[in-house]
Write a protein that binds this ligand. Structure first.
Ligand SMILES: Cc1cc2nc3c(=O)[nH]c(=O)nc-3n(C[C@H](O)[C@H](O)[C@H](O)COP(=O)(O)O)c2cc1C
Length: 337
């Protein structure tokens, strides 16, 4: 183990992964996906093999509207997770994110744990940093952080719930929006604002759009709960009370009224959820913990298999709603009852 293995920022990332793999840290309230249903067509009148799932996002064409979300990096034991995910994402031509790069700003020798372009040169890679950290680090550090891993976009995470329930968490959130705005105007790559599982309400979506972000991942409740993770990790007493706090994924998606692309995440667990998210206005749907589990089971092959399972499930929904492509899926008829 290198000396940095005991660094608190670095260790945190290892703990998060271990907790998500070993404990039940999911919200106990629903995403809302099960309350909406497509109208079934007994006559699809199309060939399943001709269904087209291509999508354009941030100027690039992807084969599927999936995003394997920001999770890890920052410790040598998690380096393989990022590389395995990257290999699968490149093969399937979908978007991927790495976890918070704060650890590599603090300890540049950890940069390699976030680097994936050596194994997947064509993957569309999203870097990651906290909105709060944007108020603390110089612009030059942020710029170097993204260029060091050759990121194509930067996810800026907003995690006030996770921070405020930790005894040592960041509690002065003044100026975060301004810092996001400033970074958007100077950084040469698009910025995606994201929550981490407590959702972004319509008012904040508008504020982020006005600040210049290129896309928003609403990451709502119904999936991984960070209050739950922090209870496992340490004494976060308010965690139980706030386990399910936030905006459910479907509510956040339905209410967001912005022109920039939306990413739906938080409890997205299969291709049917993806289909419903697209129908509700998302450009992409993303997930974190399901792909971490797939990687843990069978490395890069496990991630690829999980993507292919979701691909098939998405196409079944498209087939049964007469949606030959994602543009048609966006207009698919829903059951009204
Ligand atoms: C192990 C793990 C680590 C995560 N680390 C980060 C992170 O560093 N930065 C971030 O923006 N989101 C992080 N997230 C949050 C996810 O990107 C996502 O927003 C959230 O988990 C909801 O998706 P899910 O319900 O599919 O897990 C992490 C999630 C998991 C499961």
């Amino acid at each position: 183990m290198p000396d940095d293995s005991n660094d608190p920022t670095s260790l945190r990332k290892v703990q998060h992964v271990k907790i998500v793999l070993e404990k039940n840290v999911q919200h106990t309230t629903p995403t809302g996906f099960d309350d909406i249903n497509f109208l079934h067509y007994a006559l699809p009148e199309m060939n399943f093999s001709e269904i087209n799932t291509e999508v354009k996002f941030l100027g690039r064409k992807f084969s599927l509207p999936f995003f394997i979300l920001s999770m890890t990096g920052g410790h040598e034991t998690v380096e393989k997770i990022n590389k395995d995910i990257a290999i699968a994402c490149e093969k399937k031509n979908i978007v991927m994110g790495v976890g918070s790069q704060r650890a590599m700003i603090e300890k540049p020798e950890l940069t390699k744990t976030f680097k994936v372009k050596d194994v997947a040169p064509n993957v569309f890679l999203c870097g990651n940093i906290g909105g709060y950290q944007l108020t603390k680090y110089s612009f030059e550090k942020i710029e170097k952080m993204v260029s060091d891993i050759e990121a194509d976009a930067l996810c800026v995470h907003l995690n006030p719930l996770q921070e405020i329930i930790q005894p040592e968490g960041d509690s002065d959130w003044r100026g975060v929006l301004k810092a996001i705005e400033k970074t958007c105007s100077k950084l040469g790559i698009p910025i995606i604002a994201k929550e981490v599982g407590a959702g972004i309400n319509a008012e904040v979506c508008k504020e982020l759009e006005q600040a210049g972000v290129a896309a928003i991942d609403i990451s709502g409740t119904g999936g991984t709960s960070w209050a739950a993770i922090e209870i496992q990790r340490k004494d976060a007493q308010a965690g139980n009370l706030y386990w399910n706090w936030g905006v459910p994924t479907v509510t956040a998606l339905k209410e967001a009224a912005v022109k920039i692309p939306l990413i739906a995440s938080g409890g997205v667990r299969n291709g049917l959820h993806v289909a419903k998210a697209i129908r509700l206005g998302a450009t992409l749907a993303g997930a974190a913990s399901p792909f971490l589990k797939a990687q843990n089971t069978d490395g890069s092959e496990g991630v690829k298999k999980e993507i292919e399972k979701w691909e098939n499930e998405l196409k079944i929904a498209m087939f049964l709603t007469r949606s030959k492509d994602l543009t048609a899926l966006k207009k698919a008829k829903m059951l009204t009852n």
